[in-house]
Design a protein around this ligand. Sequence first.
Ligand SMILES: Nc1ncnc2c1ncn2[C@@H]1O[C@H](COP(=O)(O)OP(=O)(O)O)[C@@H](O)[C@H]1O
Ligand SMILES: [Mg+2]
Length: 224
Amino acid sequence: MSLLKAEGLFKSFGKTHALDGADISIRAGEVVAVMGPSGSGKSTLLHCIAGILPPDKGTVHYSGQDLTAMNDSKRSELRRTEFGFVFQFGQLVPELTCLENVALPLRLSGMKRKDAERASRDWLARLEVDGVADQRPGETSGGQGQRVAVARALVTRPKVIFADEPTGALDSLNGERVMHLLTTAARETGAAVVLVTHEPRVAAYSDREVVVRDGRSRDVEFAR
Ligand SMILES: Nc1ncnc2c1ncn2[C@@H]1O[C@H](COP(=O)(O)OP(=O)(O)O)[C@@H](O)[C@H]1O
Ligand SMILES: [Mg+2]
């Protein structure tokens, strides 16, 4: 049974066919690496299945609901409550402390400041960055910033984490640390992870691989 299923996705930007009939299916709790060369359509695929970008053609079903048929406010509500996002960099609000950044999605969903900050401190500790709670993102290292971003993605206990090259700006040691902490925390909470990467070392943290080439995807026929 898949939690998230996309079929026959097409997406063009002018003359560029970024997606040319891509399919992907994600089961609850699994970690799937989306691999492929630069420009092959990985980010476009991720944005379409996460309800950020509407495909030109094709369907995306999440938990029985058709994302492509939803209106914008329903879709952003779904993103806010069910999904978490980690990008390469630049996703934290620079004016807020790391603690306030992690607490932000909880505050936006109406949680009291004290409760939101307590939950956020726990998540910073799980990601081993409680030491930077009161610093602003610009005052942390790249690896610390990404761990804060992972804490923020997980604090709402989403069902799916979408991560687009989350270690792309880190050295390999920090990248491995972020991947280890991200996949461990996701497995503990039962969140599925859709991980876009072109680094085989990062993909090694996944249960399964999907390869994208020229806007088409295919499952790699092996399980770890
Ligand atoms: N917003 C956009 N405007 C124009 N072209 C885009 C846009 N986003 C992606 N593309 C093009 O679509 C193709 C696939 O891009 P992308 O999905 O970002 O690939 P990947 O993430 O695998 O590097 C590329 O040729 C890229 O230049
Ligand atoms: Mg990309």
